[in-house]
Design a protein around this ligand. Sequence first.
Ligand SMILES: CC(C)(COP(=O)(O)OP(=O)(O)OC[C@H]1O[C@@H](n2cnc3c(N)ncnc32)[C@H](O)[C@@H]1OP(=O)(O)O)[C@@H](O)C(=O)NCCC(=O)NCCS
Length: 233
Amino acid sequence: MPSSVSFSLADLCSAWAHGWTITRETSSPEPLLLAGAHALEVPTPIEDRRIVLPEPTIAAVRAGLAELSSSPDACLRFPGDDDDWRPLLGAGWSLFEPGWFMHRPVMRRTIGEDAEGYEVVVKRSEDHAAVEIWAAAGGGGREIVSHGLIGAARGSAASPAELAGWGTVDQIWTLPEHRQRGLGRRVMLELENAAHGMGLTDLVLTSTPMGLMLYDSCGWSEISRCVWAVTSP
Ligand SMILES: CC(C)(COP(=O)(O)OP(=O)(O)OC[C@H]1O[C@@H](n2cnc3c(N)ncnc32)[C@H](O)[C@@H]1OP(=O)(O)O)[C@@H](O)C(=O)NCCC(=O)NCCS
């Protein structure tokens, strides 16, 4: 099945939220309306509450900020530019890190000779894939030194049928002492091949500033900036 020829930013954002709950092994997002705009209450193991707004309007962002402002560790995420939305944030809110929504059409990738001396492990189920790169650690043990996950949006009960081909890439990291050796790139290519095997057509992720170079070098495209507003007690 080919990649979605065209998709809306709202679909991309919604797919990201649904797939994210699969990588994080939480229950499905709950659809809700904020000031008439569609929103997703996304269960999260890392914050008190997280709301994602696929189609942010000023009224919906205001309503989201009001809804979450009493939670000490809440997050409101939506496509948009930090500079445009910063003036709307009131006391108790701050912008966490600059973010970008990125997209990659799934293709079968050729894996090169990188990661020599490392063990690459790919685990795949119907809606979830993990890539782990292992190396020897101090004390004679072994440890994961580079890592990535995919969650298929279709694994989320509330995900609309039109997002069935989408997967979210999440938790991409390489331990500092193993960086700039091609391991992150190997993880991304293995994940894309896993996505191909899972029948996915489109991948989405939100990038931090540090991830941009890696994703760019793996053929991902920036679709939009991503606002990441957090409550700060
Ligand atoms: C981002 C991260 C995963 C990159 O991992 P890595 O194993 O060092 O990546 P690679 O060695 O495979 O690099 C892949 C490409 O990205 C580029 N790149 C990676 N980190 C870079 C950096 N700090 N500065 C410049 N380029 C960088 C490499 O030059 C390489 O490009 P090339 O293939 O054209 O040569 C790693 O820096 C990290 O774990 N950062 C902290 C966690 C994080 O921010 N993750 C992203 C979350 S969205």
